[in-house]
Design a protein around this ligand. Structure first.
Ligand code: MG
Ligand code: ZN
Length: 179
């Protein structure tokens, strides 16, 4: 069985601009590329788990999202930091689907397709919905301060699993393994 880091996308990997879909709007958060390369070197599969309700709202199409992901991976590949797979929910909340985080539909699919051991895997993101997805799916988690504003209450609630950004998270996770 493989281990994975399930990654939120916006505010975790890239700077969160509302409804990102144009490649020229893509900006990696500082340290992200290095963080992905480090996690990959430690044997984790890198799997993006992302809510993309802009599709359901008609702001852009699935093909735009997929084109952006290919563009993202062309850059990451040059740094041995490529994402192994992207999974996204195209729905809006009112659709009541089972793939929109904090539901676990996307992780369920990814875990089956990649033979992932959830108990040795993490979900990392910048919103409480990412943490709840991890808990619902039986993964460990990290909450990042690199995107969406995390309230003081949430910072207190998740203080043992709070990280400045993905680089901070990756260093922590990988250091734990060196025994
Ligand atoms: Mg996010
Ligand atoms: Zn969905």
């Amino acid at each position: 069985m493989e281990r994975a880091i399930f990654l939120d996308r916006d505010g975790t990997i890239n700077v969160d601009v509302d409804y990102l879909h144009e490649p020229d709007q893509l900006r990696f958060i500082d340290g992200t590329v290095e963080a992905l390369a480090l996690l990959k070197a430690h044997g984790y599969k890198l799997i993006v788990i992302s809510n993309q309700s802009g599709i359901g709202r008609g702001y852009f199409g699935a093909q735009d999202v997929e084109q952006l992901h290919r563009y993202m991976n062309r850059i990451l590949q040059e740094h041995n930091a490529a994402i192994d797979a992207f999974y996204y929910c195209p729905h809006v909340e009112q659709d009541r689907c089972m793939c929109r985080k904090p539901h676990t539909g996307l992780i369920d699919r990814a875990a089956a397709e990649w033979e992932i051991d959830r108990s040795r895997s993490y979900m990392v993101g910048d919103k409480e919905a990412d943490v709840l997805t991890a808990i619902n799916a039986g993964c460990s988690y990290g909450l990042l301060l690199s995107g969406h504003m995390v309230s003081r209450g949430l910072q207190e609630k998740y203080k043992d699993d709070l990280y400045k950004n993905l680089w901070d998270f990756a260093q922590h996770i990988c250091a734990q393994e060196v025994k």
